[in-house]
Design a protein around this ligand. Structure first.
Ligand SMILES: [Zn+2]
Length: 262
């Protein structure tokens, strides 16, 4: 959903002291780099606020749409419809967890983009589970759940990995390139997959790394959300909750609340 994350490239060209980048900021009597550093910080925070505001609106829309669907598509289940009951319960939990994340984002100014992305993911999963409950009640096999793009779970569904050609020894696919192998390593939407195969950076979901969380405190920085250490973010390993069916319960018991040091 986001345009190319152009400002990160812009920053990396001007800031040699990225975490792990091995660079060292200018210091001492020269005042020009200090002004540039302050400008970069302001630019990062401004971009983050714009993205956060936009994503908060999208998350609110998704949660509202899911709520309206619950109200419009009433479901009365018999006691022995255990699979449909389970799907309906999963739908309600995902919906409640999405609303919880949205409320917290309004109350906590440190709520980051991946928290809001998780609210979007959970609201959409609530709708998927609700559709599954209805399908099971009608005696129809539910649609398989969508596998979301790892690089940005707000993108369209991941395209399936390139299937092996032929059988037996031909499964080795000696013509497969290293970039194709890299593109198949994680679920990726068609656009991210094309970018990886072309040797470009996919359009990843950013997260904010505050100054105190960066090497030499040179931040804040916007980084790919999946590079944030797990002790600071529950979202980096699960594509904002998309790959972990326990995410609603994690959110509802408050165990998702971790942040980098501010
Ligand atoms: Zn993608």
């Amino acid at each position: 959903m986001f345009r190319r994350w152009w400002f990160v490239t812009w920053l990396s060209e001007r800031a040699p002291a990225q975490p792990g980048g091995g660079g060292r900021p200018h210091c001492g009597a020269d005042r020009e780099p200090r002004r540039a550093g302050r400008g970069q910080r302001e630019l990062v925070l401004r971009e983050w606020e714009v993205l956060r505001e936009r994503l908060a609106r999208i998350a609110a829309d998704r949660v509202t749409a899911a709520g309206e669907l619950f109200r419009a598509a009433e479901l009365t289940l018999a006691a022995d419809e255990s699979a449909a009951h389970r799907a309906y319960r999963q739908a309600l939990e995902a919906y409640e967890a999405a609303g919880r994340l949205l409320d917290q984002s309004a109350a906590d100014p440190h709520t980051d983009l991946p928290d809001l992305a998780a609210a979007v993911v959970l609201a959409e999963q609530a709708v998927e589970h609700l559709a599954a409950a209805h399908a099971l009640h009608a005696g129809v096999r539910p649609e398989p759940a969508a596998v979301r793009c790892f690089y940005n779970p707000l993108h369209g569904p991941a395209s399936p990995a390139e299937p092996a050609r032929g059988t037996g020894k031909r499964r080795q696919r000696p013509t497969r390139t290293a970039r194709e192998a890299a593109a198949d390593r994680r679920p990726a939407c068609p656009a991210c997959r094309r970018a990886i195969i072309a040797g470009q950076t996919p359009d990843v979901l950013p997260a904010l790394l505050p100054a105190r969380a960066t090497d030499r405190r040179t931040g804040p920085l916007l980084v790919p959300y999946f590079t944030v250490p797990q002790q600071w973010s529950p979202w980096s390993a699960t594509a904002c909750g998309a790959y972990d069916p326990d995410t609603p319960s994690l959110v509802l018991r408050g165990a998702h609340r971790r942040h980098p040091p501010h």
